[in-house]
Write a new protein. Sequence first.
Length: 542
Amino acid sequence: MLYATGLSADDLEQPMVGIANPSADVTPCNIHLDRVADRATEGIADHGGTPMEFGTITISDAISMGHQGMKASLVSREMIADSVETVMFAERLDAFLGIAGCDKNHPAMMMAAARMDLPSVFLYGGAMMPGQLDGAEITGQDAIEAVGAYSEGTITAEELERIEHAACPGEGSCPGMYTANTMATISEALGLAPPGSASAPAETTDRLEVAYDTGELLMTVIERDIRPSDILTKEAFENAIAVQMAIGGSTNAVLHLLAIAEEAGVELDLEDFDRISQRTPCIGNFLPGGEYAMSHLHENGGVPVILKRLLDAGLLHGDVLTVTGQTMAENIEALELPDPDPDVVFPLDDPVHEKGAVAVLRGNVAPGGSVVKISGYDEEFVFEGTARVFEREEDAFEAVQSGEIDSGDVVVIRNEGPQGGPGMREMLQITAAIVGSGHEDDVVLLTDGRFSGATRGPMIGHVAPEAYVGGPIAALEDGDVITVDIPNRRVDADLSDAEIESRLENHRPTRHGEVPRALAKYGSMFDSAERGAVTRPPEESP
């Protein structure tokens, strides 16, 4: 059968390298990945390997945002990881190269690598360049927030259309430090990707050089028999969390790092994120809370510049092994790094924020924890507001668009968790609408769903337990007083435990909207967001 594919007897004597390529026309994040895979294939073939490329699904988080299709986003992470593991297992391949473009490809490839524990390397397809409009750089974030501005009447339909046409100029993942670029950055911090490989934009020769070099590196990984289990230690995950906090990265990284750790058999919990956030300054001035895109980080030395700053300050474990066969510290020492523009990467003694990008809140609304991104607004944020409760995202969005949300409201959106969605939708459309309508600091959103990496403002997600399984968020009613206290890491309703229990006595699990069969199957296997929302076989359910 393999002779029929064009392979020779010599090819079959070499290591057979599986290359998972989620190239697709459905998203600019992945549309160019065939080109990236071709260069990686050349790097493997030129250095004694036999590349065996296969495809996986992908969806566009940006295009599925704001409607029922977003339910498939987190499900696709599990589907991609499952399909990669299935092909690698069935074809008995020797090593793995996982390529990623859009948000869920990234954790899926790393989850699959952790499961299989074959010699593996991760390769990012690269970020989109920012768009240009009237001499200024803009991104998709501007387009979505412009919808809120249009609904408020502060821009015209013509102005909105101009923004839409300029925001996304070409191939690559969304250009800010949203989920794709956060996870690409984290892949270097974990040690699964080559140093300096994350930041090169998609439409550059630098990206193709990275692809070739990554293919070549994988052959060294095979020769030295370096496995993900050698790399994915607790210390490596602590490095990844520190980098997430330092760059102002997406809250989705919390969910995905918990999932990768679960697949790697490493104990990681929400307290690790809050502990490391408390000691790690945010030094990256990146969108959405800051001003710059991934391409600007590339111009200033890439992810190793961030790693070096943290390592020099004693905030990273320098002795962890990476895919190069060297330690993190040895990798950084070997690089000639520039002094970055201090407006793009701040010095540690004068950071963007004194503490990291993410806080974990608990309380009687979220006894299992919740996550809020604190970069971009006051770290000492305390808010007391009145609950406006919605059973799904669409109802809340309609209320925002029609001007029914006022200063002092806490918009509660439930039944959007991993099981309840099913699929734990991202909610950039509504968070952007809230911000765009002038309520960036005076309205809080609270949900058992999650947010896009482009979300900014006091938006609290990943509330656990979720409403579908009878979490306290299911007990909230319009008019309840809710207090958010970032300094003390609390989110509480002015309700007694007895009142919450009484309200939950008649709770019935409810799903709203479309639930295709595939989503229903995966929805029945999802674990809680506090454990990464991984799917588990029934015998592994906690």
